[in-house]
Each structure stands twice: as C-alpha cells, then as structure tokens.
Design a protein around this ligand. Sequence first.
Ligand SMILES: C[S@@+](CC[C@H](N)C(=O)[O-])C[C@H]1O[C@@H](n2cnc3c(N)ncnc32)[C@H](O)[C@@H]1O
Length: 309
Amino acid sequence: MASSPTVFDQARDELVTIRDFFRWAASEFIAAKLFYGHGTDNPWDEAEQLVLHAIHLAPPLGDEWLDAKLTPSERTKVVANVQRRIEERIPAAYITGQAWFAGLPYVVDERVLVPRSPIAELIEKRFAPWLADEPQQILDLCTGSGCIGIACAHALPDAEVQLSDISYDALAVAEENIQQHGVTERVFALQSDLFENLYGQRFDLIVSNPPYVDADDMASLPEEFHAEPELGLASGNDGLDFTRRLLVEAADYLTDKGVLIVEVGNSWPALEEAYPSLPFTWVEFERGGHGVFVLAAQDLRNARAEGVL
Ligand SMILES: C[S@@+](CC[C@H](N)C(=O)[O-])C[C@H]1O[C@@H](n2cnc3c(N)ncnc32)[C@H](O)[C@@H]1O
C-alpha cells in the first residue's frame, strides 16, 4: 500500500505562488515551535529567508512578485529548505550558507557561530561616542566567521584589523570572508588562544564577542544552538572563564588611549558581582541586545595596579 503524502509532498504538489509558500512555511514553523534568534526573530522573516534563498532571491521582495508562480524544480528546492529547518532544527543560516551582519553578507556554516552580536550597531556608528580618535589598529578577538572585524574594516577604511580565534575551523571560514569582502590587504587572520600568538602587538581597539554562556543556560538552550560549535558558547559555570582571563591580560595589548569592548550577554550581572570596583560602562542599543561593556586601557591598568585584576 502506498504511504500517505506528507505535508511536504502536499505543499510541493499543490502550492503555486511565492505568497503560497511564504504563508505555508510560516504556518509549519509555528506548528513545529521552532526557535528564532539566529538572524530573524519570527516565523515570517524565517520563511521569507528560506523560500527566497531556494529561488536565488533575497529579502526584501517587492509585493509585485508575491503572486509569481514557481516552477516544479523551484517548488522542490523551497520545500527541501523548509523541511530541513523543521526536521534538523538547524539555524536557517546553515541551510542558506549565508548570514547578514551590519548590513553585509557573510559565508557561514557549522564551523562558526551565526553572526548576531549587537556590536553590529556600534560598528555602524563607528564606535561613537566610545573612541576619542579613529582606531588605526583593531583586534577582533574570538572572531568566528570574521564578521565583527571585517565589518570594522568596512566602517573604518583606514584601519588595519587583526582577526584571531583558537579554532582553525573558524579561521578557515573567516579567511573565506576576508577574500569575499576584498579586504585581504587590511584584514589578517591568526590562530591564537586568547593573546598567546599576539605577543608584542598593541591595538587602539580590542573588540570581542567571546564564549560567555553559563552552565545553567547551556543546559537549557533550544536545539538550534546545539548545531553551533560549543567552543563558541560555553565558558564555565558562571559564563566568565574566558572574560576573566581577558580582563587580566588585555591592558598589555592596548595602546595608552586604547579601548576594550566586550559582549558578555546574560552573564553581565555575574561580571558586575565579580568585579564591583571595575568601572564598566554598559552600552545601550537602539535595536535590542544587552551585556556589552566598554573599559579604557587606563581602567584596566589601574585595576591591575590596585590588585583588583
Ligand atoms: C561567540 S563566538 C563569536 C564569533 C563571532 N565573533 C561572532 O560574533 O559571531 C566565540 C568564538 O570564540 C572562539 N574562542 C573560544 N575560546 C577561545 C580562546 N581561548 N581564544 C580565542 N578564541 C576562542 C570560538 O572558537 C568562537 O569562534
């Protein structure tokens, strides 16, 4: 006896227009209780991204195209994207192989976190009002796909940018993005555990989105996060294993007027509690996000001299 058609078979055989597929995909995503937060925050945008990618288009799509019909092979590809998102529970960016950050496209896959840091907003504002002078030497520590450092290179065309990560896999993706963005003369990728291979270098700006998820949050992460490298997320019991090391060493790698900008997300209360006398400034974002602090090189040097670090 022939098996009954699945919802995916039915969609492939019966739906006709782009509008049909947007609506259907969004309904299926809602029914499947997917988690959003890797580039989109709702089922409609997620549907738009996956449907359009399958037919070589990108959002936003003009309304005049919504009632365009798909060919049979396009319908097959659209349904395959939607089916993977539901059955494998992987972020849409790993299906499309692309993520957007600070208005620019990046190649991504399972070797790197899907870019989503609120630091994008700071980059778009060229770090105003946090830097007195335009930075000439920038370090993107824990670079992953390279998104933060490469976006800095676009926003600050006179700066040289060093990308670093402990993971060779991540660096291979960052290298690909350096090439794709045509910034090979100003952006360089280096393997390093924290500052280990950066000895002797000084930066006007160190910017980092390091691993900072605490053990409680790691235990309750939605499935989509388990597709991402654990090395990019987990950082000990209180989420601060990496940040503690960074705070102790950063002063040695900053110029006198240098600034350190670091994302610690939900671990910010634990950080405040661990270092009550460090003068963290917490950035407020217009587009959402939290847990990004700014510290001046001098603050870090003072704290070290006083034995706080
Ligand atoms: C949260 S991901 C951030 C990736 C990227 N900056 C972004 O915003 O999408 C953290 C990155 O830190 C790297 N990492 C983890 N431990 C590290 C260490 N000890 N030294 C350098 N990089 C490290 C991971 O490989 C991962 O790529």
